[in-house]
Design a protein around this ligand. Structure first.
Ligand SMILES: [Zn+2]
Length: 239
C-alpha cells in the first residue's frame, strides 16, 4: 500500500499559546509535485473564514501548510469512506481543524468527515466557512431539495426567525433570506450570515423507522438548527 508522503513544505509553526483556532492544511499533489490548489488559494480561504466568523468573534490561524504526494487522493468519492478516511488519517489530534485539498470530489465541492474537511479546487472561501459551520454544530438549511416535495414559500416573518433581534426586512420572500445564510445547503456567492437563533426552513434528520427498524433520512419544515447562540460551539475541532 502506498504511504502518504509528507514533503518538506511546512510553513510557519506559530505561537505555543494562541487564542486563534489552529488550521492545519494539506494539499494533495500528483507524482510530479503539481498541487491540487495553489498555496495562495488556501490562504485566501482562511482570510475569508476569518471574515465570515468575525460575526461571532472567532479567529482562525493557518499554522501548517504541507504537501501530500499521493495520486490516489486527487479525486475523492464522498461515499468511499475507506478512501477519505485514509486521506484524513494524515494528521490527528491537532486540537484544531484539518483541511485536505484535493482536485475533485464526485458529488460536492467540500465535505466534513470526523477527521477533517475535504475541499476540492472548485470550492470557494464560503464553502470552507460553511463546512467549519458544521464543525461548530450547525446544520444545513434549504428552501427546496430534490429529495422532497416540501418547500419554503411565502414571506419572512418574526415567527420564522424568533430569536433574532433588530428589524429585519419582512417583505422579502423567506427563501431569499435563506440564500444569504452561511448554512444554506447549496453553493452560491452570497451565503454569509450567521444568525443567533434557529431559522425556519427545510431541514433533514436521520430517524429510525419504527416498523422496519431502519434509519432513514426525513425532510421537514421547521426551525432548523443554524442559530449560533442556540447550537453553536466556539471550539470546533477534528479527531
Ligand atoms: Zn452543509
Amino acid at each position: 500500500m502506498k504511504r502518504a508522503l509528507l514533503t518538506v513544505l511546512e510553513i510557519g509553526l506559530l505561537l505555543p499559546v494562541c487564542a486563534s483556532i489552529p488550521i492545519h492544511a494539506f494539499i494533495v499533489c500528483d507524482a510530479d509535485g503539481s498541487p491540487a490548489v495553489a498555496t495562495e488559494t488556501v490562504r485566501d480561504h482562511i482570510s475569508n473564514l476569518n471574515l465570515v466568523f468575525s460575526q461571532v468573534v472567532m479567529d482562525f490561524e493557518l499554522v501548517r501548510l504541507a504537501m501530500i504526494t499521493n495520486e490516489n487522493w486527487l479525486s475523492i468519492s464522498s461515499s468511499n469512506s475507506a478512501q477519505h478516511q485514509a486521506l484524513c488519517a494524515t494528521a490527528h489530534g491537532t486540537g484544531g481543524i484539518e483541511l485536505y485539498y484535493v482536485e475533485e470530489i464526485d458529488d460536492c465541492v467540500a465535505f466534513k468527515t470526523p477527521s477533517g474537511l475535504v475541499v476540492s479546487r472548485d470550492a470557494n472561501g464560503l464553502s470552507v466557512a460553511h463546512e467549519v459551520g458544521h464543525l461548530c454544530g450547525l446544520t444545513d438549511i434549504y428552501d427546496d431539495h430534490e429529495g422532497t416535495t416540501l418547500r419554503v414559500t411565502g414571506r419572512s416573518s418574526r415567527n420564522r426567525m424568533p430569536n433574532d433581534y433588530g428589524r429585519p426586512d419582512f417583505s422579502i420572500p423567506h427563501a431569499k433570506r435563506l440564500e444569504r445564510l452561511l448554512m444554506y445547503g447549496y453553493q452560491n456567492s452570497s451565503k454569509l450570515a450567521i444568525t443567533g437563533g434557529d431559522i425556519y426552513g427545510l431541514g433533514r434528520s436521520v430517524r429510525r423507522n419504527e416498523e422496519s427498524g431502519n434509519y432513514e433520512l426525513v425532510w421537514d419544515l421547521y426551525n432548523v438548527e443554524v442559530g449560533f447562540w442556540e447550537h453553536g460551539t466556539r471550539t470546533p475541532s477534528c479527531d
